[in-house]
Design a protein around this ligand. Structure first.
Ligand code: NAP
Ligand code: GCO
Length: 265
């Protein structure tokens, strides 16, 4: 066992939707492990916000405007990165949205939008990078799944359907391209403190914790929300040579919530 197997030196990593949040934290960890970081976001304002944040951390990240649901834009981005930076070794399909609406009140358009970003886009981005990974003789694809790849809950039907599909897309990329030394795995974060979950943690007018906040605390053995830093080590492991025989797996980084029935009220 050589600890250099955990290094990402010389690797080019593209993390989608990584101006902030989980994607930013993963990109930060990859830079610390030696990778060249490439990220995209949906508009120039967010890309500039991300570039400033990476610069503040001393990370020379490359940022591109790209809507990951737009296949021609994704293919243009990959071609540009290959020309300006090099062939992508690691893809993290991180960009994602959620719409919390009771299913029977959700429009088909809203349902399709969530599926488009959270499931179709990882297909599009993976399809764009796999051919060059095959030519290069290796590749890593990491799909940011969710506890909702395993469980449902009220108001997140589209998100759970997308993340459940993303778990199976992960397994299928493993099945179809494992022989080309491409490993495709998922990370399933638990409940993490990011802008996406901020509405679930808002303090109540009387200063008390949000009921959902208290619920998650009671359902998590770690008795806390996750932080984006909690995902960094697992993400480096799945991007590194240390995980070359790990394929088609979803690594849950959830403080134990999926293993626990929950604290008795
Ligand atoms: P976030 O704070 O909402 O960040 C998501 C990022 O993706 C934002 O920069 C967002 O840009 C970008 N994005 C959205 N749609 C895009 C598109 N079409 N093209 C390009 N970029 C796009 O979310 P997060 O909490 O960091 O979550 C990141 C990933 O982890 C998501 O896939 C999420 O489902 C997953 N996840 C989160 C948690 C959690 O508890 N936070 C748990 C499990 C899984 P905008 O600002 O324009 O939306
Ligand atoms: C929700 C949350 C979750 C988290 C995450 C859990 O509304 O239930 O947003 O979906 O984002 O996906 O793993």
């Amino acid at each position: 066992m050589n600890m250099k197997d955990f290094s990402l030196e010389g690797k080019i990593a593209w993390i989608t939707g990584a101006s902030y949040g989980i994607g930013f934290a993963i990109a930060e960890a990859y830079a610390a492990a030696g990778a060249t970081v490439v990220f995209n976001d949906i508009n120039q304002e967010l890309v500039n916000k991300g570039l400033a944040a990476y610069a503040e951390k001393g990370i020379p990240a490359r940022g591109y405007v790209c809507d990951v649901t737009d296949e021609s834009a994704v293919n243009e981005l990959v071609a540009k990165v290959e020309k300006e930076v090099g062939v992508i070794d690691i893809l993290v399909n991180n960009a994602g949205i959620i719409k919390r609406i009771p299913m029977c009140e959700m429009s088909a358009a809203d349902f399709r939008k969530v599926i488009d970003v959270d499931l179709n886009a990882p297909f599009i981005c993976s399809k764009a990078v796999i051919p060059a990974m095959i030519q290069k003789g290796h590749g890593k694809i990491i799909n940011i799944c969710s506890m909702m790849s395993e469980l449902g809950r009220e108001t997140v039907s589209a998100y759970a359907a997308a993340k459940g599909g993303l778990k199976m897309l992960t397994r299928n990329i493993c099945s179809e391209y494992g022989e080309h030394n491409i490993q495709c795995n998922g990370i399933g974060p638990g409940y993490i403190e990011t802008p996406q979950t901020a509405p679930l943690r808002e303090r109540q007018p009387n200063g008390s914790r949000h009921p959902f906040d208290q619920f998650i605390i009671s359902k998590t053995p770690a008795a806390r929300w996750g932080k984006t830093e909690d995902l960094q080590g697992p993400a480096v492991f799945l991007a590194s040579d240390a995980s070359n025989f790990v394929n088609g797996h979803v690594l849950y980084v959830d403080g134990g919530i999926l293993a626990y029935i929950g604290k008795q009220p």
